[in-house]
Design a protein around this ligand. Structure first.
Ligand code: SF4
Ligand code: SF4
Length: 113
């Protein structure tokens, strides 16, 4: 785990779509980073995109999990291989259309006098 999101996260939703590795997801309360997918953006960008974008600066490097560029590069290559082997189904998923259901607003006929 190279980077992590602290509890200062305000759930602004900015970082998640910008992660090139889909490493960021919503946790029980705040966003979190999957250490198995985060490369610190190595292979994609010069700087970690989430860190660049976070408005409250709550994505530090974890001091106990510092990883070298070579290790991050190997992770990047693994993720690329996985992406080729099993393309993500996100783009293929269709939008489920839900019918509103039958109109049940039948009005009672007025009784003739
Ligand atoms: S550093 Fe890059 S790869 Fe890691 S979580 Fe942030 S945007 Fe994703
Ligand atoms: S950009 Fe920062 S504050 Fe916004 S969701 Fe991501 S970690 Fe949280």
């Amino acid at each position: 785990m190279a980077l992590w999101i602290t509890d200062e996260c305000i759930n602004c939703d900015v970082c998640e779509p910008e992660c090139p590795n889909q490493a960021i997801s919503m946790g029980p309360e705040i966003y979190r980073i999957d250490p198995d997918r985060c490369t610190e953006c190595v292979g994609h960008f010069d700087q970690p995109q989430c860190v660049q974008l976070c408005p409250v600066d709550c994505i530090p490097v974890h001091p106990q999990h510092v990883e070298g560029r070579e290790q991050l590069w190997e992770r990047y290559l693994r993720l690329q291989r996985e992406a080729q082997d099993k393309p993500r189904a996100d783009e293929a998923k269709g939008e489920a259309q839900v019918d509103a259901g039958p109109d049940v607003t039948a009005e009672p006929k007025a009784a003739a006098a």
